[in-house]
Design a protein around this ligand. Structure first.
Ligand code: SDX
Length: 429
């Protein structure tokens, strides 16, 4: 039986070391014993952008990038999108099992009854410029929520962790809708507890003078599916930020605000907004070949394509593309769809993209559908942050319970100068 070890010979000293292998990894700290002298610090691993480093053990989301597989707590994303609903998936991510009827109703009651925000939040948001980007408003306001719930600092208290988890899942849609209404100069719409999670969000976004907003059931369902597809994605940049910030034992509002900041970036969740801008810039199908030429020359990125983990079609992109038809039946087909499909067709046939294993990711089609639903591009990444809040919280809870985790503090390879004596300004040339 081959031993689960790695034999390493340090050719600088001729010494050999046996490093245990577990779950396909070696512990980076096991490298520290490899020294050239007793006072040597020992070897470190060097992995900029964490291309090949596991930062934690997690049981929440499984991805097989080569096979294009995504499972939440072992359930295939395709089945959850088809048969579940977002709140049930949020429960699954957080508690690890699908809820019984009673468990779901209790969870839904808690979420529904935490949707209001303190009235001062409205005053706080009034300070944003009329053209403030909704992600910047969401980032700032979710961070500010921590000042309304000082009990959230009790991160070692299970009940406090659970209440903050409910509050964040419930209030992020409310704040998100407020961001949208602020950008249009419209009055805020308060939550309607009679509606579903996505129905209530649509009401807070679009209700005008009608006594009670009636969400379009097709759009309500499509948005619920999109929320399921965006809920978690293991150790992506946003989750890594939430875990690193949460590892300092700060409250979860501050940690989630950090995740929102990471998601805001165009290489991450901001890509759905960037895709729409790219399609608008291309403008017509006959200009696609020129754009692709620019991408292959390294002048542009094909936004919505590529992924650090998926080297196959992102299963979420496939599911979103499938759900698009039901939305377009209600809203009419987005004229930019033709350009998107032509980009996809060329990219899937072109050696440049095939060689680099670049496929459409979750952000490629979502923006087209959101725009067809009447949502402005600036709000697309906010629509990513709402469901991802459930995933971030599941990851934060898992981290707080993990005895192996402690404050995240990477090392570095120092490349700067050493031991220079101070030079008085009169002698600097
Ligand atoms: C999300 O991590 C997650 O799980 C994220 C996410 C989640 O659910 O949390 O899935 C959500 O962020 C999806 C990704 C959204 N971003 C985009 O669509 C932006 C465009 N994509 C790229 O920026 C890029 O593909 C990344 C950032 C997504 C991944 O980058 P990597 O893994 O660091 O890959 P890389 O930059 O090293 O690229 C490898 C090669 C390079 O070419 P060469 O230097 O080898 O010649 O592929 C090229 C890159 O230039 N490349 C692209 C490209 N993406 C990679 N070329 C053109 N267009 C692209 N989109």
């Amino acid at each position: 039986m081959p031993s689960e070890t790695l034999t390493v010979t340090d050719n600088r000293t001729g010494k050999t070391y046996e490093l245990p292998i577990s779950d396909g990894t070696i512990r980076a700290t096991d490298l520290r014993q490899i020294r050239i002298s007793p006072d040597d610090f020992g070897l470190m691993s060097y992995d900029p952008a964490f291309m090949n480093t596991a930062s934690c053990r997690s049981a929440i989301t499984f991805i097989d990038g080569d096979q294009g597989i995504l499972e939440y707590r072992g359930y295939p994303i395709e089945q959850l999108a088809e048969q579940s609903n977002f709140l049930e998936v949020a429960y699954l991510l957080i508690y690890g099992e699908l809820p019984t009827k009673e468990q779901f109703e209790t969870f839904r009651y808690h979420i529904t009854h935490h949707t209001f925000v303190h009235e001062n939040i409205k005053e706080f948001m009034r300070g944003f410029r009329h053209d403030a980007h909704p992600m910047g408003m969401l980032l700032g306001t979710v961070g500010a929520l921590s000042t309304f719930y000082p009990d959230a600092k009790l991160i070692n208290d299970a009940r406090s962790r659970e209440i903050q988890t409910h509050r964040l899942i419930a209030k992020v849609p409310t704040i998100s809708a407020f961001c949208y209404r602020h950008s249009l100069g419209l009055p805020y719409v308060y939550p309607d507890n009679d509606l579903s999670y996505t129905g209530n969000f649509l009401s807070m976004m679009f209700k005008m003078t009608e006594a009670k907003y009636q969400p379009n059931p097709v759009l309500e369902k499509a948005l619920d599916v999109f929320f399921i597809l965006h809920a978690d994605h293991e150790q992506n940049a946003g989750t890594n930020a939430v875990r690193a910030i949460g590892s300092t034992e700060v409250d979860p509002y501050s940690a989630v605000a950090g995740g929102i900041g990471a998601l805001y970036g165009p290489l991450h969740g901001g890509a759905n907004e960037a895709v729409l801008r790219m399609l608008r810039e291309i403008g017509s199908v006959d200009r696609v070949p020129d754009f692709i030429k620019g991408v292959k020359n390294g002048e542009r990125l094909l936004m919505g394509f590529g992924h650090r983990v998926y080297k196959n079609y992102d299963p979420r992109a496939r599911a979103i593309k499938k759900a698009a038809d039901s939305v377009f039946e209600v809203t009419g087909v987005n004229p930019l769809l033709k350009i998107g499909l032509e980009l996809e067709r060329i990219a899937l046939e072109d050696d440049y993209f095939i060689k680099r294993k670049l496929y459409p990711n979750v952000d490629f089609f979502s923006g087209l559908i959101y725009e067809a639903m009447g949502l402005p591009a600036e709000i697309f990444t906010v629509l990513f942050a709402i469901p991802r809040t459930a995933g971030w919280l599941a990851q934060w809870l898992e981290m707080t319970a993990d005895p192996e985790q402690k404050i995240a503090r990477p090392r570095q390879v120092y490349t700067g100068q050493r031991r220079r004596d101070y030079i008085p300004v009169s002698q600097r040339g």
